[in-house]
Design a protein around this ligand. Sequence first.
Ligand code: C2O
Ligand code: CU
Ligand code: CU
Length: 570
Amino acid sequence: MSHDCSHEPSTAHIFPQQNPEDEAKASVRSPDRRRALKTLMQGATTVFSGMALEGLVVPAQAQGMGMMGGMMGQSAAAPIQPGVFSRPMPIPSQLTGTTDSAGVQVYELKASAGQHAELVAGLRTPTWGYNGAVLGPTLRAPQGKPLRFEILNGLDQSTTVHWHGAHIPGAVDGGPHNLIAPGKQVTVSFTLNQPAASLWYHPHPDGRTGPQVFAGLAGFLWIDDGLDARIGMPHTYGVDDLPIVIQDRRIGEAGVLSYMPTMMDMMGMKGDHFLVNGVEQPFVEVPGQWIRLRILNGSNARIYNLAFADNRPFHVVASDAGLLERPVEVTHLVLATGERAEIMVDLNHMQGKRLVLRSNSSGVIPELNRMPMATDAYDHSQFDLLELRVGSPAGKAGRLPAQMASIPTLKADAPTRRFVLQGMEMRMMRGMMMGGNAAAPTGVSSGPGGMSLGVGGRDMFAINGTYMNMKVINERVKLGSTEIWTVANDGMMGHPFHVHGTSFQILSRDGAPPPAHESGWKDVVLVRSGETVHLIARFDQPAGDDHPYMYHCHILEHEDNGMMGQFTVI
Ligand code: C2O
Ligand code: CU
Ligand code: CU
């Protein structure tokens, strides 16, 4: 069993009782760090007034003790609501594109604002979306076929569309250098020659990815190669093959999305409403047979420990970037931000029953996060996400295959590169309290309704001691080479590390082989506090100095505040 699975879900303690000082002492590993954390906590008030001087509006209710409590991970005292499951889970429409005379598959995408979605029952929320109010269509892309995307930016600020997980050149990757100005349309062409996978797309402007994704911009991009159907897996969209985007949002009483209302949120914007495909705790009717859930953690910052309420086993069949070699049976699955997993659940003979998918966060979060101020009540609890209502079997039933993809063994042919992730506890002091580089946000950061306090572009989280700088190429990789990357987490929070332009395999976690469900193709890896992970990847797509690839933490507030670097592949 993997170490993900070694912690039995414990009873929820909804209001964390631990003394933050004790927890800090227990969790810090060096006197230096202990001193740093202590100073940081004592200095927190200074930080806030410092930030206020920079023109940030801190809502009144967030000031004072309530906020300090929040800093300590104590005040997010929202009672944990069991799921109500009163509304159906939306199934995003599929966009299969049209074929032009040259045989190119053409898709139209429009990012726009000004529409209102009912994320939470009875409240209309201004959101952003692709081709609709919130999220975006599931793009179905045939493997190996030339694709063309006509992308219109209908927002009032620049954006990009990044194809997360795609093996495509830097020039079309949709990273921070591919800005699309408001009102402009761009054409992006590429061909996906990689195994079938559940990829996704989302904005990636430097310093503003967090607010734009939070506003609603994200969608699935599925590469189809027909293998799933050939080996009998469920593949009927919306019936036994379901897109599942899990996100948390903070929503004010008026229904307005509340982004970064407190400075604590810079450690990762978490919410207290749990949405699946843009609706809070929905239900979905599913046939009484094997079903396949393609799950994306599309949250800005929250890591989930997915499980069924009755702890039934399920099978992981795919990781981020493709099918595994064989299904892996688990009872729970940690899914960090940006990660995807495809799972299969056996619903034969379950007709009439209801199954609840939830997050048993209390079972893992203490291990993931040594920083009490960066966890909230939900991280110490269990909460419901989605109810499956099992009906009669429908259509052709899929089955769990014994054998799926074949995954090659890669051999490195270049020196190992090292990446050290450095969290906020030191940076906060150097960068903010000591008046270091707390640069002005990089651009317009307001979200829908102008209510979001975008706080990007500050040097808070580092990789190898440096912060994201659009003008600096941090690493240069030789085109066609296979490299081992060592990623070490020197901070107190877990950081999901993501690499553009390729898929990687995890060679080891702290010297041990990765758990079986992580032994396939990946493009995000959660690196726990104090952990060292070895990755291997081949870099066979080009990215020059004008359009380099990114590597970064996929907690969007970390990415937006420094924890990103650029690399070329030439
Ligand atoms: Cu999902 Cu660089 O992004
Ligand atoms: Cu990406
Ligand atoms: Cu991070």
